[in-house]
Design a protein around this ligand. Structure first.
Ligand SMILES: [Zn+2]
Length: 81
């Protein structure tokens, strides 16, 4: 089962939550720290930073996840030559 990281909108506590595919819409998500129920999915940027192949142009990826009320754009500048 995939494990996602979620960040609490209230206290910014980050925790990992296992989401089973068959149950993904019925998962009860609560902050372990403050019991808040508004959690934002955290997108890992590691794979984008590490996944640049040799000779490829500098990546300028936009990660966008517009769900209920989560909207984020991450731009990773490439190395300057
Ligand atoms: Zn919290």
């Amino acid at each position: 089962m995939p494990i996602y990281e979620f960040r609490c909108a209230k206290c910014e506590h980050v925790q990992e939550i296992i989401v089973s595919s068959s149950d993904s819409e019925n998962v009860e998500m609560k902050c372990n720290s403050c019991d808040g129920e508004v959690l934002e999915r955290v997108l890992s940027t590691v794979s984008y930073a590490m996944g640049r192949s040799k000779g490829a142009p500098a990546p300028n990826k936009s990660i966008k996840s517009c769900g209920e009320n989560t909207c984020g754009t991450i731009n990773i500048p490439g190395p300057t030559r």
